[in-house]
Write a protein that binds this ligand. Structure first.
Ligand SMILES: Nc1ncnc2c1ncn2[C@@H]1O[C@H](COP(=O)(O)OP(=O)(O)O)[C@@H](O)[C@H]1O
Ligand SMILES: [Mg+2]
Length: 283
């Protein structure tokens, strides 16, 4: 398979698709405060080991940003920085700034539960709770103390519609979520995240455990979701990055090697290591 030309073909298709439309991507923020997430001089350590080195990056709202790079280069670590999920790790330590919606989430006073609601997360392996389909989606609202039954019903329905799962499950909302297929479970997990109205959705290789059809459904979904949310996705699949993302950041051994518009990264990478990686020479 000619990996490179296939990926580049995708990019070219995307280019022609994108050009005539005024997308959110083209509405470039001019000031820092218009970026959704900013990291400045970010260093991350696990004990003595430095997992991320001086990461400076700005993430645009209403767009999909893909984090790519070989295993162990720090993609998941970086993603988890944005909603302080690494805080659970004993010897985790951070230096530098992480700004989400103009707030430094490590130094300013923030409610961690609010942050995790605003910055939701979808994992590689679908992780529905062993509860009904309905209760999975309603979960976050119940945790927040929402009692209004009508509101909850509406929210469950609209969230399931957003992930195009509604038609498949509407007659079985009381069924255990674990009985769904892997692809359905992953869409359910996305619906669960959407139900609490996040601003940012972090996805860590959300399709790598799924079959190609389920993967396609989730990729399609991203096109709709980015109109309302800021999406950051880790992916091992170069073609997926090329298809779904507006911006791509390439990490290698804890360094951010380069980042930019996906079209640029995939057609004219400025760094040799990026080129080697996207053309499948290592990884
Ligand atoms: N909890 C942890 N404790 C110690 N080291 C970790 C921990 N999590 C990740 N690492 C290390 O940090 C580096 C980056 O890991 P990770 O962010 O998971 O990379 P990626 O997602 O790109 O595969 C790896 O070398 C990994 O072994
Ligand atoms: Mg990872």
């Amino acid at each position: 398979m000619n990996y490179r030309s296939e990926t580049q073909e995708l990019i070219m298709k995307k280019d022609t698709m994108d050009t005539p439309v005024e997308t959110n991507e083209t509405k470039k923020p001019k000031k820092d405060q218009e970026y959704k997430i900013i990291t400045r001089n970010l260093d991350v350590f696990y004990g003595e080991f430095q997992a991320l080195k001086n990461i400076n990056m700005k993430i645009l709202p209403y767009s999909v940003t893909a984090l790519i790079g070989p295993s162990g280069c720090g993609k998941s670590t970086y993603l988890r920085v944005f909603n302080r999920m690494n805080d659970y790790i004993d010897d985790f330590r951070i230096e530098g700034d992480v700004i989400v919606d103009r707030k430094n989430i490590y130094t300013e006073k923030i409610e961690i539960e609010q942050l995790r609601k605003d910055v939701g997360m979808v994992f590689q392996k679908p992780n529905p709770f062993p509860k009904t389909i309905f209760e999975n989606v309603a979960y976050g609202l119940r945790i927040q103390g929402v009692k209004d039954k009508h509101f909850i019903n509406e929210k469950v329905e609209s969230s399931l519609k957003q992930v195009t799962l509604w038609d498949e499950v509407k007659d079985n909302l009381k069924k255990n979520a674990l009985a769904l297929s892997g692809g359905q479970q992953q869409r359910l997990c996305i619906a669960r995240t959407l139900a609490v109205e996040p601003e940012v959705i972090l996805m860590d290789e959300p399709t790598s455990a799924l079959d190609p059809i389920s993967t396609g459904k989730i990729e399609e979904l991203l096109f709709d979701l980015k109109n309302e949310y800021t999406i950051v996705i880790v992916t091992h699949n170069m073609q997926q990055a090329a298809r779904v993302s507006d911006h791509t950041a390439f990490f290698y051994m804890g360094d951010l090697i380069e980042e930019g518009k996906t079209t640029q990264i995939f057609t004219k990478p400025s760094n040799k290591r990026t080129e080697n990686y996207i053309t499948g020479r290592f990884g």
